[in-house]
Design a protein around this ligand. Sequence first.
Ligand SMILES: [Zn+2]
Length: 62
Amino acid sequence: MDWQNMTFSLDELEDIWETYQAYGSTNNSKVLAKIATEYTYCHLCNHLIPVADFQQHFDDHY
Ligand SMILES: [Zn+2]
């Protein structure tokens, strides 16, 4: 398996995010920082949303 080119589905990324959250290591995790360059976690529906879509997504909750 070529780890350098491994890609994760959004579903898997959410799993990773939530696992790190559960261990309380959100502030110093390089993994979460990397995910956060592309996705923002929505605490209202517990999903990762592409950064570019997040504002619209967030507004849609209200
Ligand atoms: Zn949401």
